[in-house]
Design a protein around this ligand. Structure first.
Ligand code: PMV
Length: 317
């Protein structure tokens, strides 16, 4: 009996993520470094109901009638139920999130991760990492067009990763003493889908030029990895600064991001760059003391950032 396999409530969880280095280039096979951002997270609750219902910040009602922005959520729910052989079930899915949407923090991947986990939990079925990433990838194709998979990997894990598309996940010992990142929100919706597709257009228009920036971004990610392993905070900062210039050349920055990146640098950041899809969303800045981090967070807010978080790069043992 199906009912025997059920429990009353299923729970799923995922965190936001920050891409330290390598966004956009990662779509073309270059490496990227990312880590789960535990300051922001998402929880799903699954329970039995009369019909398939979704309850979240943007919509509450029949799952079949969700607005366009929730199509990827709808798809991951249907596909996960198909995977579980539970297509005819009726459930209420509640989503509670503190991950700002469309800010380069991977909220679309995180919501998919939390939904898949919640549904598997509801049906008391173990979910392998491969199944989880495959189901999330399908949803991300709707949200992003051509996802590298980095968001799914970073929002579903608990450790920093060195990520290359299509390759097994490499956990990355990001443990830099006296290094802090300020994550600041421009308050403007990012446009990951458009930015990813515009980089693809650049490739069609001038392959050599686009490839040059992508390759350089890959090289800078490797350099950042070495800087982290050697505890060389200034070199990590330089790599970040240079990466932002290449991302700018790929047209994925915008005025507000550039203004806040500049503000962070003028206030003593060792490096600053956009993070995630760009064209809005968040930027990150690197400093070597908590006091400096607080000072820069304040100056970014004074310069227009709507929120700022401080994240130590020293991994708690
Ligand atoms: O904007 P976000 O948080 O979804 O990050 C997108 C990262 C990209 O490299 C731009 C795209 C991808 O799929 O890797």
């Amino acid at each position: 009996m199906i009912g025997m396999n059920r429990k009353n409530i299923g729970h799923g969880q995922a965190t936001g993520k920050i891409i330290l280095m390598g966004e956009h280039a990662v779509v073309y096979g270059e490496p990227a470094i990312a880590f789960p951002f535990e300051e922001t997270s998402i929880m799903t609750t699954i329970e039995s109901d009369q019909m398939m219902t979704l309850d979240c910040q943007y919509f509450c009602g029949n799952l079949a009638e969700v607005p366009a922005r929730l199509k990827s959520v709808q798809k991951v729910i249907y596909q996960t139920l198909a995977e579980l052989g539970q297509e005819n079930t009726t459930l209420k899915i509640t989503i509670n999130s503190t991950i700002p949407a469309e800010r380069g923090m991977g909220s679309s991947a995180a919501v998919a991760v939390a939904i898949v986990r919640g549904l598997f939990d509801y049906f008391k079925t173990p979910c392998s990492p491969e199944t989880l990433l495959r189901l999330v990838d399908e949803a991300e194709k709707i949200a992003h067009g051509n996802p590298s998979g980095i968001d799914a990997a970073a929002t579903s894990g608990s450790k920093p990763i060195f990520f290359i598309k299509g390759q097994p996940l490499e956990l990355f010992p990001m443990n830099v003493s006296n290094a802090y990142l300020i994550v600041a929100d421009t308050g403007i919706k990012g446009q990951t889908r458009e930015a990813v597709s515009d980089v693809a257009h650049l490739f069609e228009e001038d392959k050599q030029l686009a490839a040059k920036h992508i390759t350089e971004l890959g090289r800078l990610t490797v350099q950042a990895k070495q800087a982290i392993l050697m505890n060389d905070v200034p070199l990590l900062g330089t790599s970040m600064n240079q990466a932002h210039e290449h991302l700018k050349a790929l047209t994925v920055s915008n005025k507000q991001l550039d203004h806040l990146v500049e503000t962070a640098r003028n206030n003593g950041a060792l490096g600053a760059k956009l993070t995630g899809g760009g064209r809005g969303g968040c930027l990150i800045a690197l400093v070597d003391s908590k006091r400096q981090a607080e000072k820069i967070a304040d100056s970014l807010k004074n310069a227009g950032a709507t929120a700022a978080w401080i994240q130590s790069l020293e991994v708690k043992k």
